[in-house]
Design a protein around this ligand. Sequence first.
Ligand SMILES: C[S@@+](CC[C@H](N)C(=O)[O-])C[C@H]1O[C@@H](n2cnc3c(N)ncnc32)[C@H](O)[C@@H]1O
Length: 278
Amino acid sequence: MAGTAETFQLSLEAAEVYESRFVPAIFGEWAPHLVQAAGVAPGQAVLDVACGTGVVAREAADRMGGRGRVVGLDLNQGMLAVAGRLRPDIEWRQGDAAQLPFPDGSFHAVLCQSALMFFPDPAHALREMARVITADGTVAVQVWGRLESQPGYGPFFNAVARHVGPDGISLIGTYWIHGDLDKLAALFESAGLQITATRTRLGIARFGSIDEVVKTEVESTPLRERISDDVYRRILEDSRRVLRQFLTEAGKVELPIEGHLISASHRQGRLGAESGSR
Ligand SMILES: C[S@@+](CC[C@H](N)C(=O)[O-])C[C@H]1O[C@@H](n2cnc3c(N)ncnc32)[C@H](O)[C@@H]1O
């Protein structure tokens, strides 16, 4: 399965907004589940590929209690600058998922959250992740479900799509491209990996208001630079209508979002898969 041309590159300023708004709203909730799926334990060597501002690496480091090695790797200097400011005790490296700068078998666990969709050749990136795990190591990947399976983000993104041009559609369509579990399994297999567990769960993205949903999804993603102020205003107006159904009594927004957590080992590893949903 081919990837897209989208690589989710942000300025330092947008990376700060990503950390202060996006991470608490969405990504923070998924990090403990991914770290759990990878079986991260004290004393291990752990790599977070496309770490962004480092939410998964931080979670892994906390779980390891200072025993072991945690490395976060990302293409983007802005993301890494924020990550390093927050956690100077973790090793942050600039690099490409397509060419991991580590010898074979360097890590017990390699994790990758909400980023596989941004790799031009995702099978190759998975092969790289497989290469750098130990013989009995784990690759654990989190991706979002299909847009059609998204009870909250589906209506919202359809509203956004009505106003943005092809560049915007390309970006917001990319988030969901690995949502089909059968195709995802084939992708892992093509990378020499065998899936050992698959979990589909419904998370809740939490925002202080409808306007905050829009601000976060536009200003802490590459979408902002692709749309005019007028398009931004129209997205905001349409979203106030579409997202009303997700308002809580306190006026906050709780937007359900489906994602998959996949754990895998080298193909000759142990067989069997456990499935479940929450
Ligand atoms: C949506 S963010 C997810 C960040 C982080 N994993 C999290 O959960 O918050 C996607 C990240 O993928 C990174 N990225 C995209 N393509 C990459 C590549 N080829 N190699 C490394 N990082 C990449 C981007 O720079 C960005 O930080």
